[in-house]
Ligand binder design. Structure first.
Ligand SMILES: Cc1cc2nc3c(=O)[nH]c(=O)nc-3n(C[C@H](O)[C@H](O)[C@H](O)COP(=O)(O)OP(=O)(O)OC[C@H]3O[C@@H](n4cnc5c(N)ncnc54)[C@H](O)[C@@H]3O)c2cc1C
Ligand code: FES
Length: 247
């Protein structure tokens, strides 16, 4: 199936627990999509919310329980149904010519980056993944990136962790690792996804250089097809023009 224009039932084939409030749901459907695109997940008679695709084949979603909808999704079991619309939006536009790239993820913003890493690594890119969170317990997909790095051999995929309380990796924020890397002059592009505060800090940093930077912005989404205006951000309709915007 290329896309679901109407909510379509998908059965949960597997659930992996990532941390104390995050689970990865693997569904029994596939879509044609690109890293950075998102789907709308619907629970009938309750609500519908946007989530990045961790993978499109099979459709995989990483969901952090932060409110009513995501807490209800966390109660679902293998075999239960989730209704999906999509994929929507513009994903990361990462050309094969970008050989040395940084992927920067904060919190559940890491969700689309493992897929992007795999795609760019397959095109012989050298990837530095910078994964940040408040604490060690909040870090997401660090082990998945580490496992991928181990299978690839030294120097192809470098994984750097940051925590604001210093409980794992560098004591600080993703920008504390990105800034010295940018200063080496050995980066061709930056691709990022995370909370607005992190993206604003990255914007400041990237504007001091000529390195192209694309960031996935979060917004409240209702229709996801450019009609309702819920997702307006800086004059852009994020469900159509984004969520990934170039700096
Ligand atoms: C393109 C896109 C991709 C996303 N990908 C993922 C993902 O991969 N995994 C994931 O867990 N979540 C993702 N989200 C966020 C997810 O859609 C929200 O967290 C969702 O609203 C949670 O619903 P809820 O009813 O559980 O909590 P809500 O009650 O809706 O929200 C809980 C808290 O989060 C805040 N919040 C919710 N949505 C937003 C927003 N868009 N911008 C700023 N603050 C917000 C609310 O103010 C509230 O404080 C994504 C959002 C977008 C727009
Ligand atoms: S969510 Fe309705 S216009 Fe974007």
């Amino acid at each position: 199936m290329n896309c679901f224009t109407l909510p379509t039932a998908a059965r949960i084939a597997d659930i992996e627990t990532d941390n104390y409030r995050t689970k990865t749901f693997i569904l029994d459907v596939r879509l044609e999509a690109a890293p950075g695109q998102f789907i709308m997940a619907w629970l009938p008679r309750f609500d519908e919310k946007p989530f990045s695709l961790v993978s499109a084949d099979p459709v995989t979603l990483m969901i952090t329980a932060v409110g009513p909808f995501t807490r209800l999704v966390h109660e679902l079991q293998v075999g239960d149904l989730l209704w999906l619309r999509g994929p929507f939006g513009r994903g990361f536009d990462a050309p094969a010519t970008s050989r040395r790239i940084a992927l920067v993820g904060g919190g559940y913003g890491v969700a689309p980056l493992l897929w992007l890493a795999r795609r760019q690594l397959a095109q012989d890119a050298h990837v530095t993944a910078i994964i940040g969170a408040r604490t060690k317990a909040d870090l997401l997909y660090a082990h998945r990136f580490a496992t991928l790095a181990d299978t690839l051999g030294a120097g192809v995929l470098t994984v750097r962790l940051t925590t604001e309380d210093g409980s794992a990796g560098v004591h600080g924020r993703v920008t504390d690792v990105l800034a010295p890397l940018l200063n080496t002059g050995q980066l061709d592009a930056i691709y990022a996804c995370g909370p607005h505060g992190m993206l604003h800090a990255l914007t400041q940093l990237a504007r001091r250089t000529t390195v192209p930077c694309q960031m996935s912005w979060e917004a409240y989404m209702r229709c996801a097809i450019g009609i309702c205006g819920a997702c307006e951000h800086d004059g852009k309709v994020l469900c159509m023009d984004g969520p990934v915007l170039a700096l």
